[in-house]
Design a protein around this ligand. Structure first.
Ligand SMILES: CSC[C@@H](O)[C@@H](O)C(=O)COP(=O)(O)O
Ligand SMILES: [Zn+2]
Length: 417
């Protein structure tokens, strides 16, 4: 014998049930909401979409039929007969008749797979997808933000599970060319934010769900109000993310608007003209200098001096070192030892230079003569591929971005490039 629920689930798929009052009312409701949401711009230009579950208290919510608006239509002209009806597991049970030209052949909303996620993952009773301009712009205020946050607003109380002092967090997902391509990121956001009843789609709009059409509509109205408020507060320079609603942090604003994608806190209020880069964090990790480069220079002083002793470059390096060492000797710097004259022979000169350089490195002696010699040793190391830099993955993209905006780059202490 079939259980009560099996009987009801079977009943909701019969022709009689599809033609019954509960389904008809749900169709009429979606048409009415489409008309209603046209005026504030939530479903204009064929954008936006609405779905509700059939309201039949005799059927558990999870088994109730689903009504959805059609695709690419004049939403304010919708009537009950234009709607699609689905089973609870997403099978089409009823579709509208074709209309004459210039109407397009009927098609269910492209949002169907997204709506199904809210039904299946959240037990929703209705979902509203709005293209309200405030939902779109609020998602663009900080192009890098993965969440929209707001607190201390009376209208927060209209959002399920929120009070005046609570922090509202709406996840933001990135838009895609096709609606169905949002399915995975939307379900990831739904799973990652169990308290959320909405997801913003950047540069696009918002999906809002509730356990009934009234809850979805009430919350959708509140979200539009709060997002509109955020845009206006942004323009006024007021921070909506803190209880005090004080002046917005200048760096925060300039990051989002002027310099998207530039990491850290180095954001000017004016558009950037020049960026100063250091090798640490650009072509090597910070630890590379101490872990690799300094040991390489120390271990290769003798080899470098021996192999390049008679080159003009090294003669110049030795001349500078001699001046520094004489100075150090005069000042009694520990570790400084006299360098014999060239006549003493290459080996003697190199022995004493190596001893001096080792003690300078040991003492982290920041003098030009040492830095110059180290630079030449490192250059040889890179040329011989005995040491290798690391280009961080965000560097090429950042350089391209700065190039395209004519922003000059400068290596620390070096020339513009
Ligand atoms: C203006 S086109 C918008 C669509 O691509 C989509 O994002 C949308 O909101 C409505 O899709 P639809 O298939 O018409 O219900
Ligand atoms: Zn849309």
């Amino acid at each position: 014998m079939a259980s009560c629920c099996e009987t009801e689930a079977a009943a909701v798929t019969t022709e009689a049930y599809l033609a019954g009052a509960a389904v008809r009312e749900a169709r009429e409701l979606v048409a009415e909401l489409c008309r209603h949401f046209y005026a504030p711009g939530w479903v204009t230009g064929t954008g936006g979409s609405i779905t509700v579950k059939v309201n039949d208290p005799a059927v558990p919510l999870a088994d109730r039929l689903i009504v959805m608006s059609p695709s690419g239509v004049q939403k304010e002209r919708m009537v009950a007969a234009d709607m699609y009806v689905f089973s609870a597991d997403g099978k089409v049970l009823s579709e509208p008749a074709a209309k004459p030209w210039p109407n397009k052949p009927p098609k269910c909303t492209d949002c169907a797979p997204l709506f199904m996620k809210a039904y299946q993952m959240r037990g929703a009773g209705a979902v509203i997808h709005s293209h309200g301009i405030e939902t779109c712009i609020a998602s663009m205020l900080d192009p890098g933000a993965k969440e929209f946050r707001m607190t201390h607003m009376e209208m927060l109380k209209a959002i399920k599970g929120h009070g005046y002092r609570d922090e509202l967090v709406i996840p933001i997902i990135e838009n895609t060319p096709y609606e169905y391509e949002l399915t995975d990121s939307l379900s990831e956001a739904i799973a990652a934010y169990p308290k959320a009843t909405a997801v913003l789609v950047r540069n696009h709009g918002i999906f809002v769900w509730g356990d009934s059409w009234i809850s979805a509509k009430t919350q959708a109205e509140s979200y539009h109000y709060l997002l509109d408020a955020a845009i206006k507060l942004y323009q006024l320079g007021i921070d909506w993310t803190t209880p005090e609603h004080g002046p917005v942090n200048r760096a925060k604003r300039s990051r989002s608007i002027l310099n998207p994608g530039i990491p850290n806190e180095c954001h000017a209020a004016e558009p950037l003209k020049c960026v100063v880069l250091d090798i640490e964090g650009t072509t090597t990790p910070i630890s590379f200098v101490t872990d690799v480069m300094f040991p390489y220079a120390r271990d290769n002083v003798r080899k470098h001096l021996t192999s390049t002793f008679y080159s003009e470059e090294t003669k110049e390096d030795i001349k500078l070192l001699r001046v520094q060492i004489e100075d150090d000797l005069r000042n009694g710097i520990p570790g400084a030892v006299p360098v014999p004259p060239d006549e003493a022979g290459k080996e003697e000169v190199i022995n004493s230079l190596v001893a001096n350089v080792e003690s300078m490195i040991e003492a982290d002696w920041k003098v030009t003569s040492l830095k110059q010699l180290q630079g030449h040793i490192w250059r040889t190391g890179f040329e011989r591929e005995e040491i290798h830099g690391v280009i961080f993955e965000d560097v090429p993209e950042a350089l391209k971005n700065w190039n395209s905006r004519n922003i000059k780059k400068q290596k620390r202490n070096q020339e513009l490039f």
